[in-house]
Design a protein around this ligand. Structure first.
Ligand code: G16
Ligand code: MG
Length: 216
């Protein structure tokens, strides 16, 4: 039986992936190369500094530690600038209803995000109080695919991992869920999220009852 649902933020609750992409692409362009949407998939769910390493690797650019910190800070400032336009209307279709239904069914909810900006974004969405616990990139020390962020969430909620569903749009996030012994539901395409237990395009029109039935 499912006792808790843990949600990734970027790409599950809100489409900030497009803003991360724009900010990383801007940085790449500044360094003299381009970043494709396909390459951007590699950055989903990955921490800021690890993402920077991947981006620099794509461009074959070598930087000092000091320069890396400077560029990461610049990327984040640009990203936060994009995020200012996020309003409560930007919650992805159906996700609010789904969370309301979980609450009505007394199923606990948590957020498990690699982002250090998670609370800012939840505040813009007016969803800071929607979750029973929040584990973000400021609390977790290990990035996805390490299960730490989700295991901390499950522990906060006093629910055993096998009774948790993780909703994730990133390959690394589904890997984190599975490594933690949880049920991994992919948000996106089955051809990308091959390790997920079940994949759906989003929450639009999805009821808790129907989903749990499919996972049986
Ligand atoms: C998110 C994004 C990643 C991003 C990471 C760190 O993770 O998917 O692309 O690099 O957060 O974000 P920040 O630079 O804001 O700390 P998640 O786990 O919410 O998908
Ligand atoms: Mg994500």
């Amino acid at each position: 039986t499912v006792q808790a649902c843990l949600f990734d933020l970027d790409g599950v609750i809100v489409d900030t992936a497009k803003y991360h992409y724009l900010a990383w692409r801007q940085l790449a362009n500044q360094l003299g190369f381009d970043l494709t949407l396909e390459q951007n998939e590699l950055l989903k769910g990955i921490s800021r500094m690890e993402s920077l390493e991947i981006v620099l690797g794509i461009g074959g650019v070598k930087l000092s530690e000091e320069e890396k910190l400077k560029f990461a800070a610049e990327k984040n400032a640009q990203y936060l600038e994009f995020c200012k336009q996020i309003t409560p209307d930007d919650a992805l279709p159906g996700v609010r209803d789904f969370l309301d239904e979980l609450k009505a069914d007394s199923i606990k909810t948590g957020l498990g995000s690699a982002s250090k900006n998670a609370k800012t974004i939840l505040t813009n969405l007016d969803m800071l109080n929607y979750f029973d616990t929040i584990v973000d990139g400021n609390r977790a020390t290990k990035g996805k695919p390490d299960p730490q962020v989700f295991l901390m969430g499950a522990e906060d909620l006093s629910v055993a991992p096998e009774h948790c569903i993780v909703f994730e749009d990133a390959v690394a996030g589904i890997q984190a869920a599975k490594a933690g012994g949880m049920i991994g539901v992919g948000i996106g395409q089955a051809s990308v999220l091959t390790e997920a237990d079940y994949v759906m395009p989003g929450f639009d029109g999805v009821t808790v009852k129907d989903l749990f039935e499919k996972l049986k």
